[in-house]
Design a protein around this ligand. Structure first.
Ligand code: FRU
Length: 497
């Protein structure tokens, strides 16, 4: 541990201590992970190791609008009870001095192997896109998931291939038949998104084994790549920047989605098969991992970089952004007859329901709680009939019989207006409502919409225009988070709804 490490850690502890005591808690969520204080973006280093899930995240504890990037670290055995373990990786070396950027964890019997990008901006007159930035790939290891070895550079920026801009980052590592593979998100010098594929026999020495491109140009940068096999399908996931929006697609400034490929080592993907993970306003840079039960679990950042909409007064609580709930993935047949990756909240989320739920017989329901799980089933024969459900009098989910429309008014939306998708029928809808985020799962996860929203008071008002639907509302308890490092307890900190 060097002096810079100590200096940054003491600033972080101080910021976390102050923030926790100040929290007024209208917008802090009950079952979505947030930064203890300051800014959060991408989920990082997701893995299950020695019985615990590790959820690291991009974290700027000192600035609520983002700034110095470190990794924050939560662990949990059950996605209900969490422990915050502090910020293990901070920019304390020359090769990561401007940010410990995103990355992943690979776990095996030897330990946890964490790969991330060390962001460095050279001093001088640079544009930092085509010149002036370094992005070494760095490795840190751990035997106990708590203490970590020294950082070491495994791919130096100078080793990246010719023809690329300085934007190369976000290593995701996996192993196949004894060989380790790494994908890195990249932007070529002539502004095309790519994924670089490296391989290694030992995780220390890596060599370039190819690149993944698209048939036609498809966005200028691909961030946060991921690759995995799901139900015998080969899935390439990434977050492209620079796509033009259409009526039902690419409605946010940046996207994230996947392509299901037929071949085992995809090199040229068909961009026409790109499917967005989430159709809402706030979803980016997801990452997946496999747990001991063979579940492929995805967690996304419930945020959007460079968006015109904001998080409004939540910033006055001195924090910004959160993660989605963990979602289990599976390949299934969608309403249009094609195979798709479906996403549903992991079953542990169900265990936060309190009681047997309330069958809705009214048009309007006022709940004391901020955390609800709303389960709607539509009559099989009538699942093309229009309906709408409104949360907090300002967030309306409408099915027109053909389109889904998620609309937010100015007060709740802070600039979020409308997002649309096409779907030929809706037979089920699950709505996870939290203090300032809502996730909508349509047809058992065929489509998902995630949005942040900002209400005026505690409690949740629901309005239904849903003839003949069978709707149950479950109040939800909050997750527990322990903060052993700073000596404060859950009661002082958490907004228990
Ligand atoms: C995605 C991203 C990554 C980068 C990180 C920095 O949101 O831009 O590409 O590593 O955020 O925080």
């Amino acid at each position: 541990m060097n002096q810079e490490y100590e200096r940054i850690q003491s600033l972080i502890s101080y910021a976390e201590d102050c923030a926790v005591n100040d929290c007024s808690c209208l917008y802090r969520n009950g079952f979505h992970l947030m930064p203890p204080t300051g800014w959060l973006n991408d989920p990082n280093g997701l893995c299950k190791y020695k019985g615990e899930y590790h959820i690291f995240f991009q974290y700027s504890p000192l600035e609520v609008s983002g700034g110095m990037k470190v990794w924050g670290h939560y662990v949990t055995k059950d996605f209900v009870n969490y422990t915050y373990l502090g910020a293990p990786f901070v920019p304390d070396e020359d090769f990561d001095k401007d940010g410990v950027y995103s990355g992943s964890a690979y776990v095996d019997e030897k330990g946890m192997h964490i790969f991330y990008t060390g962001n460095v901006k050279l001093e001088g007159n640079y544009d930092y896109t085509y010149s002036g930035r370094r992005a070494d790939t760095v490795l840190v290891e751990s035997k106990d998931g708590r203490t970590f070895t020294q950082k070491s550079v495994v791919i130096d920026t100078d080793e990246y291939p010719e023809g690329y801009s300085c934007h190369i980052r976000d290593p995701k590592v996996w192993c196949e038949n004894g060989t380790y593979y790494m994908v890195l998100g990249a932007r070529t010098s002539d502004d095309n998104g790519r994924i670089l594929v490296y391989s290694s026999n030992d995780m220390y020495k890596w060599s370039l084994s190819g690149e993944i491109s698209s048939k036609k140009p498809f966005a200028y940068m691909w961030e946060c790549p991921d690759y995995f096999v799901l139900d015998d399908k080969h899935v390439v996931s990434f977050s492209p920047q620079g796509l033009e929006s259409g009526k039902y697609k690419f409605q946010n400034i940046y996207q994230s989605g996947y392509v299901v490929c037929d071949e085992a080592e995809p090199r040229v993907i068909d961009e026409d098969k790109f499917v967005e993970w989430d159709m809402g306003f706030d979803f980016y840079a997801p990452q997946t991992f496999l747990d001991d039960d063979g579940r492929r679990i995805l967690i996304g950042w419930a945020g959007m970089p460079d968006a015109r909409y904001t998080n409004g007064e939540a910033e006055t609580e001195n924090w910004q952004h959160c993660l989605t709930v963990p979602r289990q993935l599976r390949v299934d047949v969608a309403s249009d007859g094609n195979k798709k990756v479906f996403q549903t909240p992991v079953k542990e989320v169900d265990s936060m329901r309190l009681g047997d739920g309330l069958r809705v017989k009214w048009d309007r329901l006022s709940c004391e709680r901020d955390c609800l799980d709303v389960v709607c089933k539509f009559d099989e024969d009538k699942c093309t009939e229009p309906f709408s459900i409104t949360v907090a009098d300002g967030v309306t989910f409408t099915y027109t019989g053909q389109d889904i429309e998620l609309t937010l008014d100015e007060e709740c939306g802070k600039g979020r207006d409308i997002r649309k998708s096409y779907i030929s029928y809706v037979k089920s809808l699950r709505i996870l409502v939290d203090s300032s985020i809502i996730e909508y799962y349509i047809n058992d996860g065929e489509q998902v919409f995630t949005t942040r929203y900002y209400k005026k008071d505690k409690g949740t008002v629901l309005s239904f225009d849903t003839k003949g639907a069978d709707i149950t509302v479950f109040p939800m308890k909050s997750m527990n988070i322990e903060f052993p490092y700073n000596g404060f307890g859950v009661e002082d900190y958490q907004c228990v709804s």
